[in-house]
Structures are given as structure tokens and as C-alpha cells.
Design a protein around this ligand. Structure first.
Ligand SMILES: Cc1cc2nc3c(=O)[nH]c(=O)nc-3n(C[C@H](O)[C@H](O)[C@H](O)COP(=O)(O)OP(=O)(O)OC[C@H]3O[C@@H](n4cnc5c(N)ncnc54)[C@H](O)[C@@H]3O)c2cc1C
Length: 460
């Protein structure tokens, strides 16, 4: 193995513009850190690409020398597949540029860009597109798995606004991939993850948003959880798509607008986002206050880019994380009871259960239109186990698994691949449902040897 690695490094030195890091090089230790501290993998070589043309030689050299390949966007994926053990990691952390064509409402995004990189560049023109809710997340992994966030009700999933990608195949071929070029691949990359090639550029459709929007939180006591969630369920059923409201059950962080006595106690939080005219927001938000006796609220106009960072302090890298997720077409009473039961026994101060609302534009796309097919899902539920010490692994993971099992009877079919852990490979076929066979056929065509297998793998 050592000779293969040295050979690959020698070959690459002459053929790429980026940096090649081996274990004893400065910068290696930092480059192998990813968001989830549960993952501790050591690639033999990390290639920090400087441009798209660096990618084909890396793929070629890795294949020639029988080395595993992993691809890293911003390293946020819970499963940790951004890193490989003893193989070559293609690391895009140096390729984060975003080019905007404001006239055409398009953004051209390099694969190492974070959501913050994208939002900052496009909001300079008063534009946005639906992405996730934590600004340090990578646009690459998020998009390839689907992508949803505050703007999803109105404008769809991230993939619903993907216009094209530039992709390098397992054979090192550079392809433009869109509705009109290599359409089968375009179908597959919109939800199929990193299975089909290495994306070196994403092109997105943009919409006028903000720059000022209205957003914030209302926090309710945990003993009113059933009432709050029942009213929430009724409210979101007819709320306009400009308005998005999620529900989070967790222990209260020490937020300045909450009484100190509440800090560290279980609460129900309703994060609220309104993308319409600021003057219209108050009358739409007002009914939410009557869901219970609010402990506090912090809502107001603010720059969209600031709201996109609002949850970053709760989701910093370096903690241990274990997630489980279900889709729901409706929140049955049993689902609410189960959520409340498990939120009443959170095993760490950082664990939470969140209900993300995606009802709206995503439901108007046909399930077979692209690889991501959960077009009946109105809610994405994520149980987020999060803690600091390895000694708590068993307790926190056990809690998340038990909750997942107990809430399964109320969930709809399928799963969101971006929320799946490394141990969920047996869920991949079910996650894609009726789109799976077509994905397998496309995988056979473009990657028959499964070169790109460090992902939620679709086996050829
Ligand atoms: C704190 C936090 C908040 C989140 N919030 C949301 C949210 O609101 N909405 C949502 O939809 N998701 C959310 N996610 C999930 C997120 O979408 C996934 O974790 C996603 O995979 C992260 O992308 P990344 O580029 O940072 O990950 P990475 O770990 O770098 O990449 C993930 C995988 O994508 C593939 N990949 C990455 N780059 C490329 C490329 N250029 N070409 C081909 N394949 C590639 C590889 O298989 C890689 O293993 C969140 C995750 C975290 C940790």
C-alpha cells in the first residue's frame, strides 16, 4: 500500500495545481477534521484542488494505484464519507468562489462553497435560492442529496433550482450535465448524492429575496407542548408559502430574551421565517402567539444573511453527533405524543428533535422527475443526538434509535439521504423508493466499478 501511495503522490505532483497533503505535512491535521467528531479517518493523501482540472488526474491516479476515493465539500455530512481511510480525499475547501449573473438570476458555484459563501454573494444583488439553515454547511453535499431550508415552501428544494453541473466521471471525462446535456445524469445527481461523479461547478436559479426578511423565535413551556404542536399542525396546514415555521423541542439555550429560570429546561421553540413584505409579517405571525403562554420571543426584520447564520452557534463542529430522520405527510397525534415523550428525556443539553416544514413547492414536482422523489413529504423530522464526551455515546445513540423506532409507524416511506448515518446503507434502496432501479441503471452506465462508493451508495 505504501508504494502505491508514494507512486500516486509522485504522479500528482507534476500534474496538478493544488496542494497534496500527506499525514506528516503541515495542514494535514486540520484538513482531516470534519463536522462530526464521531468520525476519525486518516486519508493517506488529501488533495486540496485549486481548479476543476485537478480532479481527473486524481481520479486516474487513485484508480491506477487501487486507492479509495472520497470527496469533500464542506465536510458536514453526518456519515463522514468526506474522508476515506488510507485512500485519497479530493478536498474542495480551496474552491469556494461564487459568480453571479444578476441579470439572468443565476449563480455559478464552486464545490467547496459553504451556504454562507453563496448567500453572501447572491444577497449582494438581493437574490437567494433555497438552501439549508446552517451557514457553514457545504453547498455540494447539500445539493446532491436534495437540500431544503427556509425558502423551500415557496421555491422548492435546492435541486429544484439546479440548472446544470459540471461533472468529472469515473473515467476522468468532463461533462456538462443539464436537462439538455447528459439528461440521465442530471436526473441522477438531483438527489443521488456523490454516486455518479465529482461535481466541479453548480449552476442555480435565483429569486429576489430580502435583503431584509422577518424572522425569529417564539419559545413555549414544555408542559404546553401538546397544545402548541396541535395548534402548529393546524396553523401550517393553511399558512401561506412565504411563511415557514418549524418546531424544535430541546433544552433552552441561555438566550437573553428568556428568563434565566428557563435556561437549560425543556422548551418548544417555533423558529419563524417570512420572505414576503415586512409590513405584512406581523398579522401573519400574530396567531402563533396564542398557541400557549410564551416564555419569550425575539422576532423582527433582519438581513436574510444574518438569519441564515442564526443557528450556527448551536451547530458548531467538533461535537459528537448521531442523527435519525423520517419524512411525514402529516403529523398524527401518535407522532406528536412520541415526539413529546422523547423530548421529555433528552440525554444531553444539546440533543433536540426538530420538525422541518417543507410543504409547498416541493409537493408540486412529480416523484419521478429526478432522483429525490419524496414529493409527498410535508415535514422532515430529525432527531439530533449531540454531545461532547465519548463516554456518553451509548446513551445518546440509544435515545436517538429508540425515538426513531417509536416514531416510525407514523412516518411516510423514504428517507432523506443527507440525514443518514454511515450505518444506514441498508436504507438506501428504501430512501429512493421507486426511483432506485433507475439510479442503479445510471450508476452501471457511468460508474460500473463503483469508484465513487463513499456516499449513501447505490451499488451498480
Ligand atoms: C449542522 C448541519 C445543518 C444542516 N442543515 C441542513 C438543512 O437545513 N437542510 C438540508 O437539506 N440539509 C442540512 N444538513 C445536511 C447536509 O445537507 C448534509 O450533511 C450535506 O451532505 C453536507 O454537505 P457538505 O458538502 O458539507 O458535506 P461533505 O461531508 O463534504 O460531503 C458529503 C458527501 O457529498 C458528496 N460530495 C461532496 N462534494 C461533492 C462533489 N463536489 N462532487 C460529488 N460528490 C460530492 C460526497 O459523497 C460526500 O461524502 C445539515 C447538516 C449539518 C451538519
Amino acid at each position: 500500500m505504501r508504494t502505491q501511495i508514494s507512486k500516486a503522490m509522485e504522479e500528482l505532483k507534476g500534474s496538478i495545481k493544488g496542494s497534496i497533503l500527506a499525514a506528516d505535512d503541515p495542514g494535514y491535521a486540520e484538513a482531516r477534521q470534519i463536522w462530526n467528531a464521531m468520525i476519525d479517518r486518516r486519508p493517506a493523501v488529501i488533495v486540496q484542488c485549486a481548479l476543476a482540472d485537478d480532479v481527473p488526474p486524481v481520479i486516474g491516479s487513485a484508480r491506477e494505484n487501487n486507492l479509495e476515493i472520497s470527496v469533500r465539500g464542506a465536510g458536514h455530512n453526518i456519515a463522514g464519507n468526506a474522508l476515506c481511510e488510507n485512500g485519497i480525499t479530493i478536498d474542495f475547501s480551496r474552491m469556494r468562489k461564487v459568480r453571479v449573473d444578476a441579470g439572468k438570476k443565476r449563480a455559478y458555484v464552486e464545490p467547496g462553497a459553504t451556504l454562507a459563501d453563496l448567500d453572501l454573494a447572491i444577497q449582494a444583488h438581493g437574490l437567494a435560492t433555497p438552501v439549508g439553515i446552517n451557514s457553514t454547511t457545504g453547498i455540494a453535499g447539500l445539493t446532491l442529496g436534495g437540500g431544503f431550508g427556509w425558502l423551500t415552501r415557496k421555491y422548492g428544494m435546492t435541486i429544484d433550482n439546479l440548472i446544470s453541473v459540471d461533472l468529472i466521471t469515473a473515467e476522468g471525462k468532463k461533462l456538462r450535465v443539464s436537462e439538455t446535456d447528459n439528461a440521465d445524469l442530471f436526473w441522477a445527481v438531483r438527489g443521488g448524492g456523490g454516486n455518479f461523479g465529482v461535481v466541479t461547478q453548480f449552476e442555480f436559479r435565483l429569486f429576489p429575496v430580502g435583503p431584509e426578511i422577518v424572522a425569529g423565535l417564539i419559545v413555549f413551556p414544555f408542559n404546553q407542548a401538546k397544545q402548541v404542536l396541535t395548534r402548529y399542525r393546524r396553523f401550517v396546514d393553511s399558512a401561506p408559502e412565504d411563511l415557514n415555521v418549524w418546531a424544535v423541542l430541546r433544552k433552552a439555550p441561555p438566550l437573553p430574551f428568556l428568563p434565566e429560570s428557563v435556561h437549560g429546561e425543556e422548551v418548544v421553540v417555533l423558529p419563524i421565517f417570512y420572505a414576503g413584505a415586512v409590513a405584512e409579517a406581523e398579522k401573519l405571525i400574530a396567531p402563533l402567539r396564542s398557541f400557549g403562554n410564551a416564555l419569550g420571543e425575539h422576532i423582527g426584520p433582519q438581513p436574510y444573511v444574518e438569519w441564515q447564520k442564526a443557528f450556527d452557534p448551536l451547530l458548531t463542529s467538533g461535537a459528537r453527533n448521531y442523527w435519525k430522520s423520517h419524512n411525514f405527510t402529516e403529523l398524527a397525534d401518535g407522532a406528536l405524543d412520541t415526539i413529546i415523550e422523547f423530548a421529555g428525556k433528552l440525554p444531553s443539553p444539546q440533543c433536540e428533535i426538530f420538525i422541518g416544514l417543507i410543504a409547498g413547492a416541493p409537493n408540486r414536482v412529480a416523484p419521478g422527475a429526478m432522483a429525490y422523489g419524496h414529493r409527498d413529504a410535508k415535514f422532515v423530522l430529525n432527531v439530533h443526538g449531540r454531545w461532547d464526551e465519548a463516554k456518553d455515546d451509548q446513551t445518546c445513540i440509544g435515545w436517538a434509535r429508540d425515538f426513531f423506532k417509536a416514531s416510525a409507524p407514523y412516518a411516510s416511506a423514504g428517507a432523506y439521504v443527507n440525514f443518514m448515518t454511515e450505518e444506514e446503507s441498508d436504507r438506501v434502496a428504501a430512501a429512493y423508493g421507486s426511483n432506485y432501479e433507475r439510479l442503479v441503471a445510471i450508476k452501471r452506465r457511468y460508474d460500473p466499478e463503483n469508484v465513487f462508493h463513499l456516499n449513501q451508495n447505490i451499488k451498480p
